[in-house]
Design a protein around this ligand. Structure first.
Ligand code: ZN
Length: 223
């Protein structure tokens, strides 16, 4: 397997776009794989394609819409109103069960067929939602399972695992792509690119992180 190439699980959102540029810094050749899982906003996929083109990396779109049809969640079902707060006893209804399990498993097969050892994903344990398949223990466990499943030595990288949103903006800034990430990515649950609608949970998290990062930079200029 090739140690110099990486495959980024890429959605065109803030986190995976930051990971794409992190990968471009650390690997000689970078590929992206984007999943269509029945998400309401297909604009997300077009933005991902456009960012990949601008970055000069391969873009591969894989249709995994069966994931959305296995159960119900507010990212793929237009009849379900999205939770604006995290319920105290369960996950928000934006949770797509098994999503990262499927994504990373399919990404690993795709990578193996192309001899790519390194897989990069933008999951974060510090994210507000507490999705179980964004946790470090899950990713490490799946990495072992994938290696056993295919008798290979994949390395799954999670550059954002322990970062909050302000620190993710800081990473984008250090990589020289803060403005690109701010303008060209789509994180908003209502499908509005860039700074988004401003009031959905994804926008609040993203915009609050940006405010905190900018304030910390301004503060550092003062001292
Ligand atoms: Zn929004």
């Amino acid at each position: 397997m090739n140690n110099k190439e990486a495959l980024v699980v890429f959605s065109g959102g803030q986190d995976s776009t930051t990971c794409l540029f992190w990968a471009l810094k650390h690997f000689e050749k970078v590929h992206t794989i984007t999943f269509y899982y029945g998400q309401k906003h297909s604009l997300e996929i077009e933005m991902a394609r456009s960012i990949a083109e601008d970055a000069g990396v391969d873009f591969h779109l894989e249709d995994v819409s069966f994931i959305g049809s296995l159960g119900s969640n507010s990212l793929t079902d237009t009849s379900i109103v999205m939770d604006s707060e995290k319920p105290s006893d369960t996950f928000p209804n934006t949770f797509v069960p098994g999503r990262n399990l499927f994504f990373l498993s399919i990404a690993a097969v795709y990578a193996r067929e192309r001899g790519i050892r390194h897989i990069v994903t933008g999951v974060s344990q510090t994210d507000f939602s507490g999705y179980p398949d964004c946790r470090d223990a899950f990713v490490k466990s799946l990495n072992v399972t994938l290696n056993l499943a295919m008798d290979d030595q994949f390395v799954i990288h999670t550059p954002l695992m322990w970062l909050d949103k302000a620190q993710t903006w800081e990473m984008a800034d250090r990589l020289g792509v803060l403005e690109l990430v701010r303008r060209k990515t789509l994180t908003c649950y209502n499908g509005i690119p860039g700074d988004g609608c401003g009031h959905c949970p994804a926008c609040r998290l993203r915009n609050d992180g940006l405010d905190r990062y900018i304030n910390s930079v301004e503060y550092r200029k003062l001292i």
